[in-house]
Every structure is written in C-alpha cells, then in structure tokens.
Design a protein around this ligand. Sequence first.
Ligand SMILES: Nc1ncnc2c1ncn2[C@@H]1O[C@H](COP(=O)(O)OP(=O)(O)OP(=O)(O)O)[C@@H](O)[C@H]1O
Length: 369
Amino acid sequence: MLIKIPQIGKNRNSVAMYKYINHVILVTFCIIHFTSSEFITSLVGSAVLAGGWFKWDFVKDHTVCHFTECCNEKYVPYDLSKLKMSLSQKMFGQPLVGELVNIFTAHKEAVYDTGKQNQKALVISLHGWSGVGKNYASTMIAEALYKNGMKSKFVKLFMGKKDFDCTDLEKSKKDLIAKVNEVVKKCPRSLIIFDEIHDMCPSVLDAIKPMLDHHHAVDGVDYRDSIFIFISNIGGNEIATNLLELYEQGIKRNDVEFHNFEPIIRRTAYHQGGFEKAAAIAHHLIDHYIPFLPLEQHHVEMCALAEFRSHGVYHPSEEMMADALSVITYGPTEDQPIFANNGCKRFTRRIPYVIQKYSQKSRQQNSEL
Ligand SMILES: Nc1ncnc2c1ncn2[C@@H]1O[C@H](COP(=O)(O)OP(=O)(O)OP(=O)(O)O)[C@@H](O)[C@H]1O
C-alpha cells in the first residue's frame, strides 16, 4: 500500500505533490483506524512513517509545524514580492533602498534552489541620519522574509548600548557568540540585526567575524544562509554632504548610485563606534553598504500623510498638517535648510496627538453652536 517516497529536493512542485500524497495516505490511515478500529494499523503506519518511508522533515512539516514555528518555507517564505511592494509603497525618498529586493533575491536563490549554495552569510549595513527609515526597512525585511516578522524566533535583534557591556568585553563577546549560535542552530536562515552600532563598544563585533566569513561551518554551525544587518547613524553627515555635492553637480536624487556613497561610509565607519577597526570592514565582509538619504520637505509631508492615514484620517486639514510639520527642523545648517533633521521620526507620536487635539477642538466648537 505504501509508496516509497524519494528524497525531497528543494523543488516547489515536487514538495507540493508530496504534501498531497502525504495527506492522502494519512487520511487513509485515519479512515482504516476509525472504521475497523484496528489501532494496530495506524500504529504500524506511524512506525513505517517514522521508520524512514518519509523524510522526517517532511512528516514534521505536516504535524508539529502546524502548531509551532519551524525553519521551513511556510515560516521562512522569503516573500520578496511583499518586500518590493512595502518598499515601493511605504518608503519615501530612498532611491537605493529598493536594491534590497535584488540583494535578497540573489540570496534566496542560493538558499532554496538546488545546485546553488551561498558562499558566505549575507551582510548588509544600513547608514543614515535618524528617522530616515533604517529600522522601518529592517522591519519590512523581517516581515517579508519571516511569517512572524520581527517576532519570529529566527529573527534576533541586538541593541548597541543595552545588549553589550563595555566594562566586560570578553563576557560580551562570549555571550554574543552563544546567542547568535543558538539562533542559527535553530534555523540556518536566521536574521540577526544589530541596531545602534554607533553606541556599541569597539571590537565586540569582531567576535562574530568567523560567522560572516567564507567558512563552511563555525563550531559545527553553518552560517552561509544567514543574514546579518547592521544599523547605525554613522556616515549620516557624510551622506548628507555628498548628496548636496551631487545636487550641485546636477545629479538628481533618483539618479544617485551606491559608489557615490560606499567609500565614504566605509572610511567613516572604520573609525566610529562598534565599527572602529572592525574586522568585518577591514576584511571586506560587509557585502552592501546601504545609504539612507536625508529626507526633504516633500518626503516628510508624505510621511505625515501616511501616518494620518494609518490612524484613519484620510484628509487632514491644512491646519492639522501644518501643526504636525511644525516640529520638523531643517539642516544641515541654518543657511541650508534642505534636509529634515530627524526625518520622519517625530510623527509616530506627534500625529496621534494632533488628531486628538483637533477632534477635541471640533467637539468643543460643535457644542458651542
Ligand atoms: N523614508 C521613510 N519613508 C516613510 N516613512 C518613514 C521613512 N523614514 C522614517 N519613516 C517613519 O518614521 C518612523 C521612524 O523611522 P525609523 O525608525 O526607520 O528611523 P531610523 O532611520 O531607524 O532612525 P534611528 O537611527 O533614530 O533609529 C518609521 O517607523 C516610519 O513610520
């Protein structure tokens, strides 16, 4: 009655077909069990299943993984159409950030397609002023790559200041290795995010250098399918200065390229915060430096509108918009008020307050009538 199932490759169609066959056989076992009450039949069936007729991963995918997050395509779908859509619809004024889709597509092909293999972990570093979308982008990445987004047990976030004790560097390094190891052991396709690298003590990051490099395994764990994202404000000023120079040369914001920013970000980072003299930079282990450009007035207005809409206010009055935007200051200097100093960061708190303030006002006006 049982058909020997061959090794299941990474091909989606064959996985779908085997899922179907597996369901049919399991349902058959259940019918036999419940109609003939021959408990032994299903017991033998289970033993055969567990005995290797099916791959264990395959059986697990259809039992345990219904209830708990597993490291499979259901929970780690790498949904890059979703990422593309989120970035294009919700991220304003960041022309180079869309490239993340191509970067992850290349990584995904080597993770899921047979015959390809990533040679090293994917390492990306996001740079820019505060409030320009770095954390926003990393959340979009987590939500597209993992079904449970930032809450996935395969996504680990470290905060520069909070998570690393600069007074005991050796312990910080040991803890870091153990924590990263633990996540990647659970799922080789894990995402490790280091935020606030500018507040991190130098040399801590060197502890994970072997995990970022071209090794097949480090202490028995293969890191080549994992993703590391570094986030910092380092290089923000240099990005702003470079952008102004490019504008002066007549280059438009949407025409800037990575090479316009990468050398200056690398040079600056190598002397600051957690990147100071970091092996990851010196040994060229960071694959992509992504510049987040400082936002201009019209981008900030788009952010404000989006925030109003997310609170159900689709047509804020001019007065409400002006109130929301009144907290934004522009730089880099008083003589050059071109870029919003804190990007869109202030709106997450400001806009709910503005909505509250104006609805209170209109309630008062109505009651006075
Ligand atoms: N480019 C952008 N397009 C649309 N919304 C944005 C953009 N940048 C920031 N925002 C909004 O501002 C909020 C704060 O941005 P975010 O946390 O990504 O800033 P950040 O660059 O990580 O800043 P920091 O360096 O201070 O952590 C986001 O949640 C989002 O709502």
